[in-house]
Design a protein around this ligand. Structure first.
Ligand SMILES: Cc1cc2nc3c(=O)[nH]c(=O)nc-3n(C[C@H](O)[C@H](O)[C@H](O)COP(=O)(O)OP(=O)(O)OC[C@H]3O[C@@H](n4cnc5c(N)ncnc54)[C@H](O)[C@@H]3O)c2cc1C
Length: 387
């Protein structure tokens, strides 16, 4: 039987980051397994590429600040291109209740070290994004150091740097079962190409993390949630440096990527099939109508329904990452449940999990709020972070 010191299940951005960070800490015999034909077939290849530290929970602000530090030196560390572009996030409030919620988040962000985020008036919002319709706004929050990243650039950067350090990556290798020994440890990983024995197993299977863990009779509370994106036709209606612009009330948001605008609006997943990533034509119509009402300059720009795509968020019960050793299995490590923020947090989550596996605890920051045992302890993280 093939043997590895560490088997990482999932070669998305989080698995790749963990592999590279482990190699940096001196780990050898690391094997990444992924069922896809090539990198990016999971959620990483479907992400829009937003990066923010403007969150409403302390741990997410801290993860983002750690990730940002690492993204700024990404080329130096990995030789790759993360495309970090701090063009800002502009959060818009249409009424005083939404503004109060944004203000509460702002206070927390300042406490956690994101000093540059600030409240802005409705006029200032329109100065930042002149294409916004005049009506509806009472103000907002501006976070100038948030912005955009390139998900596939980060994935490629970590994968190639890890490979240079000796990490092996096997595509088209589906994990079908985890075998536990009499002590409850995972002894072997069964795949469609044969079994692999492992000292340590990392679950980095994104939206599929719960399914993978269930093969060992272990609970990882992560469920899939569909998100849909539709691009416009190429346009110069919004300039390239336009910030990510989000309506706090209903989550409608847009960004400029390359020469087109991406439109997004979170709605519940498909009622009949939680794994469906099919884009609904009715959704495209609704999001287009919202864009036309809120950004009149887009009325003249066709929306490319044929190029729309769907993908899966990996949602945990409190919508925060699940990081650390599984409470019921001492050699099974989790980096799951980022709930739609996994690309931006991947540099931090990879570093922290590598520290936990090496030292028994995270060193770069206190990651204990993310511990997998918090669900059984009924100590969930307050402050929703889903968008
Ligand atoms: C539409 C959309 C927009 C998003 N926008 C953003 C954004 O702007 N910013 C942001 O930070 N995040 C965003 N996200 C979330 C982000 O994509 C995820 O949080 C992130 O990609 C999770 O990374 P991952 O490596 O855990 O998962 P994945 O990239 O899904 O990787 C998991 C891998 O596991 C593999 N796998 C699964 N099961 C098995 C198995 N049994 N055997 C072998 N391999 C297996 C899969 O093939 C996959 O490659 C978005 C997501 C979607 C869907």
């Amino acid at each position: 039987m093939i043997r590895a010191s560490v088997v990482i299940i999932g070669g998305g951005v989080i698995g790749a980051s963990i592999a590279w960070h482990l190699a940096q800490l001196g780990w050898k015999d690391i094997l990444i397994l992924d069922q896809g034909e090539r990198p990016g077939e999971g959620s990483t290849g479907r992400a829009t590429g937003g990066f923010r530290a403007s969150y409403g929970s302390a741990i997410n602000v801290r993860l983002s600040l750690l990730a940002r530090e690492r993204l700024r030196r990404f080329a130096e560390d990995t030789g790759g291109t993360c495309g970090f572009q701090p063009v800002g996030y502009l959060w818009l409030a249409a009424n005083s209740a939404e503004r109060d919620e944004l203000r509460a988040g702002l206070e927390l962000q300042h406490r956690e070290g994101l000093g540059e985020s600030c409240e802005v008036t409705a006029d200032q919002c329109r100065a930042l994004v002149p294409a916004l319709a005049a009506e509806r706004l009472v103000g907002g929050v501006w976070s100038p150091t948030d912005g955009y990243i390139r998900p596939m650039g980060i994935l490629a950067g970590y994968l190639s740097a890890a490979t240079r350090e000796g990490v092996e990556v096997r595509w088209r290798t589906r994990v079908e079962g985890l075998e536990r020994d009499s002590a409850g440890r995972i002894a072997a990983v069964h795949t469609n190409t044969g079994p692999i024995s492992a000292d340590h197993v990392v679950n980095a299977a994104g939206a599929w993390a719960g399914q993978v863990a269930a093969t060992a009779g272990l609970d990882v509370p992560v469920t899939p949630l569909r998100r849909q994106i539709v691009p416009t036709a190429p346009t110069s209606a919004l300039p390239p440096g336009t910030p990510m612009t989000l309506f706090a009330g209903d989550g409608f948001h847009f960004r400029v990527r390359d020469d087109h605008v991406l439109l997004a609006w979170p709605t519940p997943g498909a009622a009949d099939d939680p794994w469906s990533v099919t884009v609904e034509p009715g959704w495209v119509e609704q999001v287009t109508a919202m864009a036309h009402q809120r950004v009149p300059a887009l009325r003249a720009v066709p929306v490319r329904g044929d190029a729309a795509w769907g993908g899966l968020y990996e949602v945990s019960p409190d919508k925060h990452a699940v990081l650390g050793v599984h409470p019921d299995c001492e050699n099974f490590f989790l980096a799951n449940g980022s709930s739609g923020h996994g690309v931006m947090h991947s540099p931090a989550l990879g570093a922290l999990l590598a520290e936990i596996m090496t030292h028994g605890e995270a060193r770069s920051l206190d990651a204990s709020p993310l511990r997998p045992s918090r669900f059984a302890e009924n100590d969930l993280i307050p402050g929703s972070a889903l968008l």
